[in-house]
Ligand binder design. Sequence first.
Ligand code: AGP
Length: 604
Amino acid sequence: MCGIIGRVGTENAIDSLLTGLENLEYRGYDSAGVAIQNGSGIKVQKRSGKVADLKAAIDRDIADGQVGIGHTRWSTHGPPTDANAHPHTDSTSDVAVVHNGIIENYLELKQELANLGHEFTSETDTEVIPHLIQHYLDTGVDNETAFRKALGDLEGSYAVAVMISGEHVLYAARQGSPLVVGIESDAYFIASDVPAFLEYTDNVVYLEDGDVAVIRPDGLEFTDLAGNAVDRSFETVDWDPEQAGKGEYDHYMLKEIYEQPTALSQAIEGRVDPRTDTIELESFPPGTFEGIDSVQLVACGTSYHAALYGSLLLNRSGIESHALLANEYSVCAPPVDENTLVIAVTQSGETADTLGALRTAKANGAQTVTITNVVGSTAARVSEKTLLIRAGPEIGVAATKTFSSQAVMLTLLGQRAIADRTGEPSLDLETFLPALRSLPGQIETVLGSTHAKTVAQQYHDSTAYFFIGRGSGFPVALEGALKFKEITYEHAEGFASGELKHGPLALVTPETPVFAIFTGVEDEKTLKNAEEAHTRGAPLVVVAPADHPAAAVADAHLEIPDTHPELAGLLANVQLQLVSYHAAHSLERPIDKPRNLAKSVTVE
Ligand code: AGP
């Protein structure tokens, strides 16, 4: 949701803080700010708008200082104004705080502090933190004790980084929102996410919930809230800064669409043995599904569409399998027991809704696994097992390559389940595996030959856009529509092909193109559904192989190579990603940072 960066070292902090904020802008971009500690106290500069606005406004004269914190915000409490931007300070500006998460008891704390004479200048929950610290400092305790006492008063979730006037120290703590420390030769970083400081260091320590870090220029220590030392190990992340940059592309989204062949090769590598044609998934050894009665996949947004894709394939293995919206899970959690496997599908591993569902499932006795892109993410820590999709950093708010990688992981899981249930590989493994190995190359083909830009331009003045598909084409239709609405701001909806005639057909006009996805499963029915819309005037765009009968009746044809039906949806999805991208580009939308959205949604 929001991004945190902090740095303490022997050089001025400002440049690395601003770089960090630019790198983190995908987490939120309503407002941004920095606080720097120097000989004359703590100086704060913050404003609503983008990091570029902050950067242009930075007063270099007051930006000297070797310890600092910064924040880029996605508003939860209070609109994106200068006053609500982080860092927040106490009334004396001796304490500066950046915070991600929600302080649930902030209204009570605010009232208590106001009764003691504290004056507040923002509508945020965060502002109570510097005031609380100041309150404890006023009682005469030292800085670290004041920080810990303040933490002890907070209810809710937080990742905080704090500076207190007069000392070159960063205090940080994590409870429910991610924080990671980066270690460079002459500096330490604290951040909400590794890409913040990736050009400076890949040597990191992930904080756990309940951890407190005290970071000085010459060393750092990790303790629990009570002050007992905790052991946290250093890790090297294998994302390089090049990967996290935009390269020659205009947008991260386009770059990430084009990275799909590599992302999928990485996802598959070492997991499919070409000599024996067997699938080897580290957290799903043979036999995993033997005692499993049912599978629940919990996820949100694009990850939910990948979960839906996966549930279809798992059902085919004979295991009852459901994809469930994580944000609905706590309202009506389906029954689970020790023979239920709950799989959280989450790119970031930090989505609050998904974490909530995962924790509920675990508390109710289910076995839990996370399929994620982020090593050390909260979901990976909460669940018993993790399966990494290895897609590399995804910066564009619109998820693209991670959807493909998640779906591919789930197809492999489906094959593992079939083998476990029947005692032998699925009958079509010998066609599926070669198709899977060809998939990265086939995506290259789509990327190299697509007419998506022409199609996007052809229908650029439509009033709404509909996407239909059957079987694994259905989650792709939902995903095609989500991507379209997310980055173009145009009305788009996805439907199961067969549902069109049960209501949505009333919406169809000559101004509503229908994108029909053909995956090779009951295509004749999907074609009938598409024609029902076409005869009522809707322009028909088919996403199908070259010689497909649907192409003969369509107004436009986005070609996909022939493949296994379980993978065809992923090729179709690439075409639809490109249609959305080009439509949004011609509308001059801020593609990587669509309005009102954030990459990682850490509030429920
Ligand atoms: C997709 O383009 C969105 N950014 C959003 O729906 C996203 O997939 C959702 O918030 C879930 O995120 P996660 O995969 O990190 O859990």
